[in-house]
Each structure stands twice: as structure tokens, then as C-alpha cells.
Design a protein around this ligand. Sequence first.
Ligand code: G3I
Length: 387
Amino acid sequence: MSEQMRTRILATISIVALAASCGGDRNASMPPVSPSPPPSLPDPANAPRLKDVMAAHFSVGGAIEPSQLGVPADVALLQKHFSSITAENVMKPARIGTAPGIYNFAPADQLIQFAQANFIQVRGHTLLWHQSAPAWFFAGDPADPGYRTLVRQRLEAYITEVVAHFRGAVYAWDVVNEVASDTAGQTYRESSPWQVALGPDYIEYAFRAARAADPDVLLFINDYNTELPAKRARLLAIVQDLISKGVPIDGVGHQLHVNVNTSATAVDEALTAVESLGLINHVTELDVSLYVDPGSCFENGTGCQADYGTNVPPSILSAQASLYRQLFSVFRSHASLRSVSTWGISDGHTWLSNFPVNRTNQPLLFDSARLPKSAFWAVVDASIAVP
Ligand code: G3I
């Protein structure tokens, strides 16, 4: 790595560190800065529009918060490179469904207005998630003979109202999120409050209610670790069950929260497996973490790789760029893949700053100054050697 490039990365990281030391929210948007472009990469002014480079294959999306619409650098990045957005949080049940029959649509509507003014598509995320399941859905006595019906009606009423509100504005919904089990020998996420209240039928109820509220919107089941064969088998067993019952499902969302050691071949296999069921694919939450952690890090925060802080090894950023290149090559080879979204739009705002532990991470295609990284150039220009 050249000295100039190293200086630029250090400058970028120190801005992140400064915001954190000032008590700033590390998951919040960073102010734009204008470091010099590294000589090893093309001038950022010559960066092609990512959405145009990929247009023949799939839309290019990013997850955002409404607050980012007040950050000029984020707006410019969105307008130049992205043809789709996803609400990082404000379309989740805990945000919209604050109380029975009360809907907080305003923050999500802000995203919709921005998208429509800029000819950007909107993916809906998500109608049902165990981590965003307000208690009012489950109020009552489970021993009561009418309890199941009551909970089912609440779910169906919520989905009906929300899908109807966004009809014509949201073109695809993650109807259910993370319903497959991570445990060998279990198919469904047994600990989900939906599973506890209704058994696995809640998934079918959710899809049928969504379809009834909007006959045209695309309906997805969304999950993580689909690149791992065992998890994928559990998810696809659920999908096959839904298909066999005639449940309206259009596709599978692959979150793809991966890391620099992930195999692009494994991702290829995941896309192929969905195709073979006759469904379409979306990549919904792509990011490539700099860290490779053991299971214990995710389970109880122990054994996590140490924070690189201001010393991210150049070899790690190279590995990230190489993997991004391989992944987009795989993506372009699947006609069934219609949308690829990253979880965030730049390293200035990423959930991985706080998960699984507080740590510097740079998992996206644009740095915290919103400038294209090596990973971006690796994706858009096959002739550029990964530095
Ligand atoms: O907005 C409040 C703020 O007012 C409050 O002071 C602060 C205190 O902790 O919390 C803020 O809300 C946080 C919110 O992110 C916005 O930053 C929540 O605590 C925090 O739980 C929430 O985390 C989100 C997480 O889902 C849980 O909903 C992440 O931003 C979001 O990136 C993440 O996204 C999920 C996908 O939906 C599903 N797949 C996995 C992915 C990553 O976990």
C-alpha cells in the first residue's frame, strides 16, 4: 500500500474514532470529508454509477435510515449509485406497529417520498421478525381457547394495513425474516414468539395476508447464513412446504452478512438451490466484515477478533475487495437474481460498528468519506488489479 493510501485510510478511521470518543452514535451517519484519492485507484470523479454497471443484471440497493436523507453526502451517493433502498429499521413491526390499530408510517413515508422523487425502488423490510415483535400481538391467555385466533387476527390485520398502505410504493416485501432455525434437528425458529403462539402456520398466514393486500408485490422469505448448507437446507425445507401448500411466495432473500473468509462458491450454490425450486433470488443485506470470529463471539461476545482500530491490515482490505469481485461475478451469472442490496451505503454508517462487539469495521463498497474503495473498483472494473 502506498503511503498516500495509508494516510487516507488513517484519516478516515480517525474521523470514526473521533465521533465515537465524542459520544457520537457509531451507527450514525458520519460527516463527509475529502481526502485525496490514492494513486493506486482511479479518480473517484471517474467512478461509474454502480446501478448502471449492474443494470442489465439486477437493481442495486442499500439500507438507510430517514436521518440520512438530511446528510448531503449520503443523498448524493444514493442518487448516483443506487436504484433501490431498504428501510434499515423504520418499516419493522416495532417501529410501525406501536399499538393495536395505531400505525407509525411517517418515517417510512419519508423514505418512500425520497425514492419516488429519485426514481428509486423500495424493498419492504419486514412484516414479521422475532426481534421486532411488539408484546401487544401476544397479549392474552394462551390457555384461552380463542387465543390462537386472536393472535392470528392481529397478525393478519397488521400485515393487511401495512401492505395496503405501501401498495404501489413498495415493490417487494420481506414477509418473514429469520424464521429458520440455527439448530441442527430443528426446522423452525422455536423460540420466536410467533412460533410459540401459533406454531409454524404463522408463516403461511403472513404470506397469504400480504398477497391479499397487494396482488402485485413480490413476496420473500429472508434469512441469514443461506450460504451454509445446513442452514440453507432448513430454510428451503420451509420454502418447499409453503410451495406444496400453494402459499404465495415469489423468492428467497439472502442476507449475506459475510466476512473476508466467505467462499463465493458457497454463495453460488445458495442462489442455484433457490433457482431449482423455481423462485427468484434477492441479495438483501450484503456486507463483508473485516473480522472472522468464532461462534462464541456471536453467542456471548467472547473470542472475538481484536479491533483493528486505525491499523486495518492492507491484506484484509485486499481480501475484501477480492471477495466482492468474486461475489458480484457470481451474482451476474444468475438470471434469477434481480436485486442486490448492501446493508448500509458507506462505511460511515454500519451496524457492524456495534455487532457482535463495538469495533471498527469497514464492510461496504464506499468508505466513510463516501468515496469508492478498492472493493468498489474490483466490482465495476475487471481490468483493475486488486491492490
Ligand atoms: O434509534 C434509537 C435511539 O433513539 C436510541 O438512543 C438507541 C439506544 O440504543 O437505540 C436506537 O435504536 C437502535 C436502532 O438500531 C437504530 O440505530 C436500536 O437500539 C438497535 O437495536 C437497532 O439495531 C438494528 C437491528 O437490526 C435491530 O432492529 C440495526 O440498526 C439494523 O441494522 C439491524 O438490521 C438487521 C436486519 O433488520 C435483519 N437482518 C440482520 C440485520 C443486522 O442485525
